[in-house]
Design a protein around this ligand. Structure first.
Ligand SMILES: [Zn+2]
Length: 447
């Protein structure tokens, strides 16, 4: 008899192990050191009990075994060779998956585990001028995409693909490539012609990358976000005027004007309630709105109370640049302090992703900001402080052009007085509406 002396490689929880293998069989004791389970050998009955997440009961030379209360069958039975209990390598993925509750699989002679496979497969289908790449996933995986013209990239985080996935280009997808990185996978798509519409979205158990003939793009749905509310008053003016009150009224007036013009309006709040920043962005993303307008009043920081500032600023997203932009950013983001209940620190990577997710819309956001800034100053006569960039929480995560309008300084006694007047707030709403309309006209000409 020829015995082959080899070793079996197991990748478990990121570590690489080599255990001796004899004619395809490995010693249970060697496996135990790698996986860390407990064993009990009933000499009389010849039962081997192995326990980790679940208990398995095996017998030498018997292909049937029990896991929990279920009976399973192995392709090759456990053997008792020279006093050692041995399992065949072929049976390990099934046995170890049941034992640990993790997914083990074999690829090129190596056994992998430690992380569950959560990308199950990719289908590319073509139907009536729409090419749909369906990436079937398990659970809720975060993804991010960017691209232009013919080249698009889709990153799926914490993804573990099924080994040996096949990708066959079809329809508008001319080439497709998948790369496995440490904790993400990257798909690269090459699209036929540069004049297609690409949409990436999460469906029930799939991430869909869809390519179709470019449609005429229209702006229909606008989210209006009245800053602050409820227990978060926002900035407070010298005579006691609260930002949350002014922003809500301007938001309502703006909504009324835009509704008359035929837009579909969604408001993040319509009364004096506290809405966490995360919830505001969720509302916008879920509505798949076309524009997001957040309304706020400006104020100088408390320690610089003597400083008098005036005028209008419109912001779009970026990492803050000047000290002033940073100060405004800190103040508007401070609403998070009111969200103590779920204030989980956000890792650095997430911030970067949010920035990147917005990249596609940065150019449009900046055009929207300029249009609102100019029209608002023209309509109200307020001082034009220019368009600025800051890293506002509420502007992240929105897959649409998004701006934050600082409609004037509530800390400035003169502007506080103006903000107190309902007719002036009507003017502000009109100015913002004009800016939006101007942007929409220019935008729809492009598509
Ligand atoms: Zn504010």
């Amino acid at each position: 008899m020829v015995t082959l002396l080899l070793s079996l490689v197991i990748i478990y929880q990121g570590e690489r192990y080599e255990i001796p293998e004899v004619s395809g069989y490995v010693n249970v004791a060697d496996l135990q050191e790698v996986i860390g389970f407990s064993t009990r050998w009933d000499r009389e009955k010849k039962f081997l009990y192995i326990k980790k997440n679940m208990e398995l009961k095996l017998m030498p030379d018997n292909t049937f075994f029990e896991a929990g209360k279920e009976v399973y069958q192995l392709s090759k039975p456990m053997k008792l060779i020279e006093g050692k209990l041995m399992l065949h390598r072929e049976t390990l993925p099934e046995l170890l998956s049941l034992l640990t509750g993790e997914e083990f699989f074999e690829k090129g002679g190596t056994i992998y585990a430690g992380r569950n496979v959560n990308v199950l497969g990719v289908d590319i289908e073509e139907k009536k001028g729409v090419t749909k790449v369906k990436i079937k996933i398990k659970g809720n995986l975060r993804f991010y995409y960017e691209g232009k013209d013919t080249l698009w990239k889709l990153t799926i985080f914490d993804a573990v693909p099924t080994p040996g996935m096949v990708l066959i280009p079809k329809g508008f997808v001319k080439k497709v490539k998948m790369e496995e990185k440490e904790n993400y996978i990257l798909f690269t798509f090459v699209i036929k012609d540069g004049n297609k519409d690409v949409d990436v979205r999460k469906d029930k158990d799939a991430i869909i990358f869809e390519v179709k003939e470019r449609e005429k793009r229209e702006i229909k749905t606008i989210v209006i976000d009245a800053g602050h509310g409820g227990k978060d008053p926002g900035a407070i003016g010298p005579s006691g005027l609260k930002e949350k009150y002014v922003t809500l009224d301007v938001a309502k007036k703006l909504a009324a004007i835009l509704k008359r013009k035929g837009f579909n309006i969604i408001m993040t709040r319509t009364d004096d309630t506290f809405i966490p920043l995360k919830e505001r962005t969720r509302i916008a993303d879920e509505a798949r709105a076309d524009l997001f307008i957040s309304i706020h009043c400006n104020a100088v920081p408390k320690r610089k109370k003597k400083e008098v500032k005036k005028g209008v600023e419109v912001y779009f997203l970026s990492a803050a640049k000047t000290d002033w932009e940073r100060a405004v950013e800190a103040r508007e983001n401070s609403s998070i302090e009111f969200e103590k209940t779920n204030s989980v620190p956000v890792p650095e990577l997430e911030y970067i992703l949010w920035d990147l997710a917005q990249n596609i819309f940065l150019e449009e956001s900046s055009e929207l900001a300029i249009a609102i800034q100019e029209e608002l100053c023209k309509t109200t006569g307020l001082y034009n402080r220019g368009v600025k960039q800051a890293n506002f929480y509420v502007l992240r995560l929105n897959y649409m052009p998004a701006v934050l309008v600082e409609i004037g300084f509530i800390s400035n006694p003169h502007e506080e007085k103006l903000l107190k007047s309902s007719s002036f707030r009507e003017k502000i709403a009109e100015g913002i509406a004009r800016g939006i309309e101007r942007f929409v006209r220019e935008y729809e000409k492009k598509y």
